[in-house]
Design a protein. Structure first.
Length: 792
């Protein structure tokens, strides 16, 4: 496949750049801006000159004296020029500062100028998106616009997206506390979307092909992953709206072509995993049990499914689920979704009820680091720990899958990984991963973590490409060598992590990256204009570079990973114009990766799906409301409720009839066996006896203890109340109106018994409370450790 013209020339242009140092003026440079220091330096210099002149006058010839005087004059002139230049640059800087402020970008002017210069220098223009092919796994990144809150706290945009590359400019200060530099890291994915790209565009190039795929009996999953407040819910809501329209557009086609014998029906289920618990968002947050049957299929017991007969109805149901999600205000998002929400649009054969196709839209809970949760209450912190735990489990699963070769995949480590199992295992499955990132500089660590995370999946995709056998020999070679690159990338990631640790004072000792930091520091000190820190040339990198220098292969390969440290460039905040920086290997690779990725990663996997068992769900009567045709509402804004479609016709059934059975919408609620979601051909039952509980033992026991404590407390209150009533009547027997004769012995004896019982009750309760608090602390500590793991 010929290389698209837009990529031609780019590598060579970028490759021609060699220097990697950009310098930007700052008044903070000590020997320039600190008056006292400047004075000191100036006076010392003057004294030396005088001493030198007097020596010369004392005993040298007139010719020598003239030469020396000339030399002195030359030095003075140079100094004057330097000062003038400095003044000019300072004025220039002030001008830029004002301009940025006028543009509503009040953040650090030096860093913003460096980033701006970098973008201009390389003409980092996004390339047009290539229409999606049959990618089995598509990974894209979406950068959201910077918001008013971030601008207010003087944060600024430090992420550059130029499809298919995303670059994080980590703005750093060196150990001297003055020298500013950009630590640029770039990643290449199938697509990257910046703040100007609409959700519609994102959908068109990523999730849209999933709809026809599920109509071809596929299992498709689209999930949004990213830091809290990075735009997952915003993006997922937009996708949901598009999916709703497309599903019904395809449904009419499907009916026309009679794909399914009995015609297809659209159903929706929506549940969330919150705090380790699974809750049905379309059935009053009913607690659900996630199980795995004997065949390894995931069964979500009692999950309700509702039928939607129109776009409006489907959207209304999805909106209902969105509204029922658990949200809380966090440090970075006022309406942070604290749950993993899994919205499933299912196609079922209307006659048999068998599952035909399934599209899962997964909005993952935002990840937060320990530092971000410090001001939360204990429950919020535990919640965050739980989220991190499940995301960590997901990461481990992806890593294990990436490693391949029969590596154990720890699906059972969390409910989330279990529910997402299909994304990576089913043969006739496709996955779209949207990594959302915040643009602001202060989130650079999070952003890097998100991108590294997504990068793991990308490596998996390259493997898929190879396995599909659709690639050229170059592609296969790349895939094999990609393992090497994968390791290199991991090394880079670790480097980043070590740096993070170092910065946060957690690392203490310097690892391998620490050594690199030293090299880098030395370079910066010596020349201020360092040379490019080229990462070790891996076989993968060689192959990618070779692919640029050689004529395009029939199918251009996708580099398994294009993540790289672009450069570790000390950008001395001295004076002087930015110097051209050399492009990273990833940057170059991305040019080819983009076209190659899409072309080369086409898969031809259309295999049959395995059968699975059924599960039992509750059946509810149909509720019908008024029907009003109408458009879908505007993109969801957190906090919005009931927008659009308010009068939509709803005729929903919560469950399907038994396989082969006649559906009867008017029947009263009953419990029925229906095919599980993994079942696409038979209505076999899940063997409950074989079903294995997949609950996290630690977490489940914590919840059990919580339940036990609450029950105990309730019992204590009740018994106390009874004792109190008895005490009252006891007292009444002694000093009640008209009481003349009473038994003091009986009274004191019973009172003692009552008090002893109360003490027992309170003692037990206090003991349990103490134990539970210790347990909470334990879990919180473990959560913190896991949170740190997430950062890795
Ligand atoms: N592409 C975008 N364009 C405009 N605004 C956006 C975009 N992405 C996100 N936002 C806004 O940013 C804010 C945070 O977005 P959102 O709630 O979707 O984040 P999130 O990643 O789902 O957070 P959490 O994980 O905490 O739920 C919202 O106000 C949303 O409207």
């Amino acid at each position: 496949m010929p290389t698209p013209s837009r990529f031609q020339g780019t590598p060579s242009r970028l490759a021609s750049s060699s220097s990697n140092v950009s310098t930007v003026s700052t008044p903070r440079t000590p020997n320039v801006t600190t008056p006292s220091r400047r004075t000191t330096l100036s006076s010392v210099s003057g004294a030396r000159q005088q001493q030198h002149v007097s020596t010369l006058t004392g005993g040298s010839s007139a010719g020598k004296r003239d030469t020396c005087l000339e030399e002195i004059q030359r030095l003075q002139q140079k100094r004057t020029e330097r000062r003038r230049s400095m003044e000019e640059k300072r004025a220039e800087r002030a001008k830029h500062e004002k301009r940025l402020q006028d543009q509503g970008m009040p953040g650090d002017v030096d860093f913003q100028l460096m980033i701006g210069a970098f973008r201009t220098e390389y003409g980092l223009e996004p390339h047009p998106h290539i229409p999606p092919g049959d990618l089995k796994i598509c990974i894209c990144v979406r950068k959201r616009p910077i918001n008013a809150k971030e601008r207010k706290r003087k944060d600024y945009d430090a992420v550059t997206c130029f499809n298919p590359v995303v670059m994080v400019h980590d703005c750093r200060l060196r150990v001297d506390g003055i020298t500013k530099y950009l630590d640029n890291t770039d990643f290449a994915f199938d697509h990257t979307f910046d703040e100007e790209d609409s959700t519609e565009a994102l959908y068109r190039y990523t999730a849209k092909p999933l709809v026809p795929f599920v109509f071809r009996q596929g299992r498709a999953t689209c999930f949004a992953y990213g830091q809290t407040g990075s735009g997952k819910t915003f993006t997922m809501c937009g996708i949901q709206q598009q999916v709703v329209v497309d599903v019904f557009a395809h449904l009419s086609q499907a009916h026309a072509t009679q794909q399914a014998p009995g015609g297809l029906g659209v159903y929706v289920s929506y549940f969330e995993i919150y705090g380790g618990r699974c809750q049905d968002l379309l059935n009053h947050r009913h607690k659900l049990l996630v199980r795995e049957d004997g065949k390894g299929d995931v069964v979500i017991g009692e999950l309700s499914e509702k039928e939607a007969s129109s776009e409006e109805e489907l959207w209304r149901l999805i909106e209902e689920g969105n509204r029922n999600r658990t949200t809380h205000a966090t440090e970075v998002n006022d309406v942070s979704s604290r749950s993993h929400a899994i919205c499933q649009v299912l196609l079922r054969d209307q006659d048999s009820g068998k599952l035909w196709g399934k599209l899962s839209l997964v909005d993952l809970a935002g990840s937060e680091r320990g530092a971000d949760t410090k001001s939360h209450c204990r429950q919020r912190r535990l919640e965050s720990a739980e989220i991190n735990k499940s995301l960590l489990a997901l990461k481990e699963c992806i890593r294990a899958l990436d490693a391949g070769g029969g590596t154990h995949v720890p699906y059972r480590a969390s409910k989330l990984t279990l529910v997402l199992k299909d994304c990576f295992t089913k043969e006739k499955a496709r996955t779209v991963m949207i990594a959302t990132v915040s643009p602001n500089a202060s989130s650079a660590d999070h952003t890097l973590n998100t991108l590294r995370y997504a990068d793991r999946v990308k490596q998996k995709k390259a493997e898929d490409f190879h396995n599909s056998g659709s690639g050229s020999s170059v592609g296969k070679g790349l895939r094999t060598e990609g393992c090497g690159e994968g390791r290199a990338v991991r090394g880079t990631g670790l480097g980043g992590d070590f740096e993070d640790e170092e910065r946060e004072g957690r690392g203490g000792e310097e690892g391998a990256s620490g050594d690199r930091e030293d090299e880098f520091e030395d370079e910066g000190e010596d020349g201020m204009e360092g040379t490019e820190q080229s990462s070790p040339e891996t076989p993968m990198k060689r192959a990618v570079l070779a692919s640029f220098s050689s004529p395009p292969a029939t199918a251009s390969p996708l580099p398994p990973s294009s993540s790289s440290k672009l450069r570790r460039t000390p950008l001395r905040t001295g004076m002087g114009p930015p110097v051209r920086l050399a492009p990273s290997t990833a940057l170059k690779a991305a040019r080819g990766a983009h076209h190659g990725g899409v072309e080369g990663s086409h898969t031809t996997s259309h295999h049959g799906s395995s059968l699975s068992s059924g599960n039992t769900v509750a059946v509810a009567p149909v509720s019908a409301t008024e029907r009003t045709p109408g458009r879908l509402s505007q993109p969801h804004q957190p906090g919005d409720t009931g927008r659009g479609l308010q009068n939509a016709n709803i005729s929903s059934r919560e469950v399907l009839p038994p396989p082969g059975g006649e559906r009867d919408k008017d029947k009263a609620p009953v419990s029925r066996k229906i095919p599980s979601q993994g079942d696409d051909s038979s209505g076999g039952e899940a063997s409950q006896a074989e079903a294995e509980s997949l609950d996290d033992p630690d977490l489940e026991s914590l919840y059990d203890e919580e339940d036990a404590l609450l029950n105990l407390h309730m019992n204590v209150i009740q018994e106390n109340a009874e004792l109190l009533t008895e005490e009252g009547s006891l007292l009444q027997q002694i000093q009640g109106d008209g009481v003349q004769d009473y038994d003091l012995d009986t009274y004191t004896q019973r009172l003692e018994e009552i008090l002893a019982r109360k003490m027992d009750l309170i003692g037990d309760l206090r003991e349990k409370v103490g134990e539970f608090r210790a347990r909470l602390q334990q879990e919180e500590n473990a959560g913190r450790v896991r949170g740190e793991g997430m950062e890795g």
